[in-house]
Design a protein around this ligand. Structure first.
Ligand SMILES: NC(=O)c1ccc[n+]([C@@H]2O[C@H](COP(=O)([O-])OP(=O)(O)OC[C@H]3O[C@@H](n4cnc5c(N)ncnc54)[C@H](O)[C@@H]3O)[C@@H](O)[C@H]2O)c1
Length: 274
């Protein structure tokens, strides 16, 4: 379960998750001939995005820290053009492995890998949590963008989607590190959008609300439970399915969103409207 419905049970979803998503389909051929990179492809939103992109015709470089998750992905989808890369995206070697697997061409980059922060408030966050959350959620997407943008600029085309969070829109959805990382990711996204808008490259962010995935989201702070818990209970929407987010991400990566650049698309069932 996602950040907004804590795995501890301290903050629960208001309703049971829907059985199936109307966004579970795909658009045949939309990414035919294109190469896409998806991080966090072993689970949840990243996995659903990788599968959808591949079903829509892309060659997908599927990047994931945990090799067994990649093995399962490839075993389940042997019919799809998936190039598994077991790597930690926070490392130079990891970024290099992604670039090598892409073999000189990246048309679409989806930075999906992300981790939570235990909902630790600013007075409680430890350095290890801060550093790791910022490394995975913000620095790694920057480095991957930095690695692929020259190629996109050279080709005169390319699309980046960075997966942010409701915590990029407000201060009441997570702890200090996660909130700062996702706000920063939106800033990175907008900067790419401006810097490269005349070069055929688009960058957008998606801000999911609660999504039924395997993300580890304990609430490790009594203060957060007291302050953030009731706020979440008051406004949370029911958890979406990973396929719902994949639909939003793939739309932004596709030519259907050709005129959309630098936005934060809330894909949250309406939470941000509250
Ligand atoms: N699930 C939610 O409710 C929710 C809500 C808002 C935002 N998000 C964001 O959506 C994104 C995906 O979340 P999810 O719920 O699908 O999570 P998930 O845990 O199900 O999947 C994330 C995957 O990323 C991988 N990963 C983590 N660190 C990595 C690293 N350093 N290198 C490579 N891979 C790494 C994990 O092993 C995991 O397989 C994250 O950025 C998260 O912050 C999720």
């Amino acid at each position: 379960m996602g950040e907004d419905a804590s795995a501890t049970g301290a903050v629960g979803p208001p309703e049971a998750q829907p059985a199936a998503s109307p966004a579970a389909g795909w658009t045949p051929g939309r990414f035919e001939g294109r190469t896409a990179v998806v991080t966090g492809a072993g689970s949840g939103i990243g996995r659903a995005t990788a599968v959808r992109l591949a079903r829509e015709g892309a060659r997908v470089v599927a990047v994931e820290l945990l090799a067994d998750r990649l093995d399962a992905l490839v075993a389940e989808h042997g019919d799809l053009d998936l190039v598994p890369v077991a790597a930690d995206v926070t490392t130079t070697e990891g970024v290099d492995a992604v670039v090598a697997a892409a073999a000189g061409r990246v048309d679409a980059l989806a930075n999906v890998a992300g981790i939570m922060d235990g909902f630790l408030p600013p007075a409680e966050v430890d350095d290890a949590t801060w550093d790791r959350v910022l490394a995975v959620n913000l620095t790694a997407p920057m480095r991957l963008c930095r690695a692929v943008l020259p190629g996109m600029v050279g080709a005169g085309a390319g699309a980046v989607v960075n997966v942010a969070s409701e915590a990029a829109l407000r201060g009441s959805a997570a702890g200090a590190a996660y909130t700062a990382s996702k706000h920063g990711l939106v800033g990175l996204t907008k900067n790419i959008a401006v810097m490269h808008r005349a070069q055929g490259v688009r960058a957008n962010a998606v801000a999911p609300g609660p999504v039924a995935t395997g993300i580890d989201a304990p609430m490790r702070s009594a203060q957060a439970a007291g302050v953030v818990g009731p706020l979440l209970q008051a406004v949370l929407t029911a958890p979406a399915q990973a396929e719902d987010l994949a639909a939003s991400i793939c739309w932004l990566l596709s030519d259907d969103a050709a005129n959309v650049n630098g936005v934060v698309l809330a894909s949250d069932g309406g939470w941000s409207a509250v």
